[in-house]
Design a protein around this ligand. Structure first.
Ligand code: C2R
Length: 177
């Protein structure tokens, strides 16, 4: 991606000072899909930070950001990548926080991304979601569910979100209450 386009993407990414969820993606080109994860977290009022960092292109930064995430108060890491999607696995290698992997679509329709993300060796788990937008939304919802284990108010919002499915089933991302 050319630098100007990358700057435009990065400029719109949420960057909370005290994030509970860290959303990483292998490239700023993944942002149009991962924006749905961010918007879903916003819908639930969950502070989060989004960053485009590649395990291949920025290995030292990924190690530093993910390795220090728990100390900064992060509780869940979401990692999205396409094609040779090693980012989520590398994140999992650097932290004991739960890591949720979202395979991005690719020249091979995301099947390569899915297999790269899901096929972790035993001992270093990545919870892998669906390819693309559904996976982005569900990663955010799963992060909310994890946080809601110890947050009654957030749990109440999840219950309300589920209840709304009966009223307006057509838009999965906009129904968070
Ligand atoms: P570019 O558009 O920047 O060329 O990226 C990204 O997630 C993106 O979907 C193309 C695709 O390459 C992916 N990528 C990875 C990793 N870094 C970038 N799979 C990684 O570290 O796993």
């Amino acid at each position: 991606m050319e630098p100007g386009r990358r700057r435009r993407y990065l400029g719109r990414m949420p960057d909370s000072d005290n994030p509970l969820v860290l959303v990483l993606m292998g490239s700023a080109s993944d942002w149009p899909v991962m924006e749905h994860a961010s918007t879903t977290l916003d819908d639930f009022g969950v502070a989060h930070q989004c960053k485009a960092l590649s395990a291949h292109r920025n290995p030292a930064k990924v190690s530093a950001v993910v390795g220090g995430a728990r100390e900064r108060g992060v509780q869940v890491v979401i990692a999205a990548a396409g094609a040779a999607a090693h980012l989520a696995g590398v994140c999992a290698a650097h932290t004991t926080l739960p890591v949720l992997g979202v395979p991005m679509t690719s020249a091979l329709d995301g099947l390569d991304s899915l297999l790269s993300t899901v096929q972790m060796p035993g001992g270093v788990p990545v919870g892998t979601l669906a390819i693309g937008k559904a996976g982005a939304v569900n990663a955010a919802l799963l992060a909310v569910e994890i946080l809601a284990l110890h947050d009654q108010s957030l749990h109440g919002r999840l219950v309300a979100y589920r209840a709304k499915w009966d009223e307006r089933p057509e838009d999965p991302r906009r129904t968070a209450g």
